[in-house]
Design a protein around this ligand. Structure first.
Ligand code: NAD
Length: 368
């Protein structure tokens, strides 16, 4: 049998694509090319031990093919970990279409892409991501049923944000419980950065629970409307990282947990929906510990979205999706436990739990 170490040392590993696949154990990479429609797309399948790989399609004006491949490989791996920790029978995959989403789309291109997805026979299931809209999904769906996360008028589950927000809220309660032994958010000062689809719904949960909520967004109109509807207090952008607060909830952008912000943040918990919150996992995963901050790993906290689309695959039922999302509370606590026991950052504990589930289920001989 070929050992991983042998592969890592083989000349093949010097190839930048195969090298990346070997070092992160990716299963498959598919390059889809069609000169007629101008389609250049990449489907990366990281791991299918738990089930078919699932992850959205992103359309982006990558500088070159290598940049697109690297992104697809990185994102598909992230999906494996997210679905594993969420307790779903799904693997990790991701597709990227190379091109400008504003000028380079056509019905033909999207349908050709749908045909490529279909040719994978369900090993990869796609959904919407950056640069892809409902109209594109409609075209993709014309060519394949391996699609999820569709709007209600197309027979799908609609906006997953309320389920995502519920998961963030539960993770936040688990984080407070970890620190104080009691999971009430009453009286806690929470700064929610970004009150879009997830942020707004999160604010509603927090206010209901008696938290003192501060909000910031670049969309002034939305800020006013959410403040009026919920009683949350609007704060200017330059106060977000300097306020006296208990919890910082990033719900807008990635990489907001970095050296600059960590030197300013006075919170004791970071828990929000944004993807890739740590600018550099190795550096800032440790720095939060030095600062005495409990970081709830983003891909555990925001798993409500993938949980929601998973339930669409088997005939959608929001109650079931919400009930599954409740597990995020206990998963968050388990991660803190492993982090303490093994003296490792919380993001690393989350990775280990995800890997353990894949290894355990991989040993089960499924079927008859
Ligand atoms: P959204 O686009 O509806 O909301 C994002 C909000 O952030 C907008 O109101 C925008 O104006 C605001 N914003 C942008 N830049 C900002 C800045 N510099 N400062 C303050 N506010 C800023 O997105 P969403 O669906 O609410 O998702 C929020 C985050 O959660 C994103 O990072 C997304 O990738 C992640 N996420 C969302 C889901 C989901 O179910 N929607 C699932 C998993 C992860």
């Amino acid at each position: 049998m070929v050992q991983v170490q042998d592969l890592k040392n083989s000349p093949l590993a010097e190839n930048p694509v195969i090298g990346q696949m070997i070092s992160n154990n990716h299963e498959q990479l598919v390059f889809c090319n069609d000169n007629e429609t101008g389609l250049k797309a990449i489907v990366a399948i990281h791991n299918t031990v738990l089930g078919p790989s699932l992850g959205g399609t992103r359309m982006w004006a990558y500088k070159n093919e290598m940049e697109a491949i690297t992104d697809a490989l990185r994102l598909s791996r992230g999906m494996t970990y997210k679905s594993s920790l969420a307790g779903l029978n799904l693997g990790g995959g991701k597709a990227v279409i190379i091109g400008d989403s504003k000028t380079q789309k056509s019905e033909a291109l999207m349908r050709r892409f749908g045909k490529f997805i279909n040719s994978l026979s369900g090993k990869y299931i796609t959904a919407e991501d950056v640069g892809i809209n409902t109209k594109d999904m409609e075209y993709i769906k014309m060519e394949t049923d391996f699609v999820t996360g569709l709007p209600v008028n197309m027979g799908g589950s609609g906006d997953p944000s309320p389920v995502t927000a519920y998961g963030v809220y539960l993770s936040m309660k688990a984080s407070v419980k970890e620190q104080s032994g009691n999971d009430s958010l009453a009286g806690k000062k929470v700064v929610v950065q970004g009150i879009g689809n997830v942020g707004e719904s999160l604010v509603e949960y927090l206010v209901k629970d008696g938290a003192k909520v501060y909000i910031n967004d670049i969309n002034e109109e939305r800020l006013k409307a959410v403040a009026k509807a919920t009683g949350a207090e609007v704060i200017p952008a330059d106060k977000v990282y300097d306020m006296d607060m208990d919890i910082y909830a990033p719900c807008a952008l990635g990489a907001t947990v970095n050296t600059d912000t960590l030197n300013r943040l006075k919170c004791s918990i970071i828990c929000g929906s944004a993807n890739n919150q740590l600018a550099d996992e190795n550096v800032h995963g440790n720095m939060v510990i030095e600062k005495g901050i409990l970081y709830a790993p983003d891909f555990v906290v925001n798993a409500g979205g993938i949980i929601n689309v998973y339930y669409e695959l088997e005939g959608y039922n929001r109650e079931r999706a919400l009930s599954h999302a409740e597990k995020i509370y206990q998963t968050t606590l388990n991660i803190f436990k492993v982090s303490k026991e093994q003296n490792i950052p919380t993001y690393m504990a989350a990775n280990r739990l995800a890997e353990k589930r894949i290894a355990d289920i991989g040993k089960v001989k499924l079927g008859f």
